[in-house]
Design a protein around this ligand. Structure first.
Ligand code: GLN
Length: 259
């Protein structure tokens, strides 16, 4: 099998780049190159895994996020384009100390650390944290990682708390392709997908500085319930993602009776 046999198909091209460790430009420049038996076997294995539903990002072991490449594997959710909207919003908020919950692969924590924030990040999954640590190392930044259930290990106060928590309804999730492809712990938000979000809304004020912001990614149909549950915040704004769906919660915490 030679390179030119595989250039006509998008998935083939992508896997070929990985197997040959070459850019697409390089592959197009030498279409007559033969794959070694080992490369061909590796290609066929990846193609079979792709055909049986493994996402490309897991096969490649990486995913682009906010213009940078991050390591991913089956222990973490593959970062979605919508989540880049959380970064954009986080960077507009003046905050020195940032806490991320449900960090997963660490893409948010690491991106914010690269942008100069002091970041602590929590996940309940030790395996996810391993990936997140590797991503911090890959990008040469320090993030204070903690293994724990939401705020259980968190101390002190933060100017910004950010999270893309699991928010898919448990029953709905089981009907989706993503259920067999990505970690359930990263997706399953319990009843109506609201269980983790509700806990974060309730507990975050204890860990926010006066005027601090809670910034969350939510499901497109959860805005109303989030607003009801966020009555303890001074101001709650819901913003839409690039597809026009309610996606981001910006909740400002201020002690109403302060002074
Ligand atoms: N947006 C993701 C999806 O649709 C879900 C992410 C999450 O639950 N935090 O698969």
């Amino acid at each position: 099998m030679k390179v030119s046999d595989l250039l006509g198909n998008r998935v083939h091209r992508t896997l070929l780049q990985k197997v040959m460790n070459k850019s697409l430009e390089e592959l197009f420049l030498e279409p007559q190159v033969q794959l070694s038996a080992e490369q061909e076997a590796q290609f066929q294995t990846m193609l079979a895994r792709y055909a049986s539903g493994t996402p490309i990002a897991y096969l490649l072991g990486e995913q682009a996020f906010y213009g940078r490449s991050f390591l991913v594997n089956e222990d973490v959710l593959i970062p979605r384009p919508e989540t880049e909207g959380l970064v954009e919003r986080a960077l507009k908020i003046t905050a020195d100390r940032v806490l991320e919950l449900c960090t997963g692969s660490g893409v948010l924590a690491v991106t914010l650390a690269i942008e100069g924030r002091e970041v602590s990040a929590v996940d309940i999954s030790s395996r996810a944290l391993e990936v997140a640590r590797q991503n911090a190392k890959k990008h040469g930044v320090h993030v204070h990682f903690m293994e724990g259930d939401l705020f259980s290990k968190v101390q002190g106060k933060y100017d910004l708390i950010i999270a893309n928590p699991p928010y898919i309804d448990s029953k709905e999730l089981r009907k989706l392709d993503v259920f067999s492809q990505e970690p359930t712990v990263a997706l399953d938000g319990g009843e109506r997908g609201m269980e983790i979000i509700a806990r974060i809304l309730e507990e975050a004020p204890k860990f926010l500085t006066e005027g601090g912001i809670l910034l969350l990614e939510i499901g497109w149909d959860q805005a109303e319930e989030v607003k009801e549950k966020a009555s303890g915040y001074e101001c709650v704004t819901i913003e839409r993602d690039l597809f026009g769906r309610d996606r981001y919660v910006i909740a400002r915490y201020g002690r109403k009776n302060a002074g």
